[in-house]
Design a protein around this ligand. Structure first.
Ligand code: ZN
Length: 115
């Protein structure tokens, strides 16, 4: 009888030990997972920042590759969002890639270009 108790006790101790090992390794896995999550969210933030930088660059490029609108009637040229540029008739519109190009063709800059 006493021997059985000792065996039982050993079995119980063994189970507890195994359970404790499991819990410890689970704990380790969880902290590793947390580390990975932290790393990933840091990476995600970096990526988001890079994406924003790329978007900003694209926007800047788009703004830089602007053009100028001239009127063959008035022989003046404007920035595309100028009120006068919007009033140019379809048939009188002429596009210039640069200010110099417009000037070289005999067009005068509108006040919108002197801002
Ligand atoms: Zn203008």
């Amino acid at each position: 009888m006493a021997e059985q108790i000792v065996i039982l006790e050993r079995k119980v101790k063994k189970s507890f030990q195994l359970a404790r090992e499991d819990i410890t390794s689970l704990g380790n896995s969880i902290s590793k997972l947390y580390e990975q999550i932290e790393k990933l969210s840091a990476e995600q933030q970096t990526l988001a920042e890079q994406l924003k930088a790329v978007k900003d660059m694209k926007q800047q490029k788009a703004q830089k590759t602007t053009y100028f609108l001239g009127s063959t009637e008035t022989k003046k040229f404007h920035v595309p969002d100028c009120v006068f540029a919007k009033n140019i008739k379809k048939g009188s519109k002429i596009l210039f890639p640069t200010k110099n190009k417009a000037i070289s063709k005999g067009y005068a800059p509108c006040v919108c270009l002197k801002r």
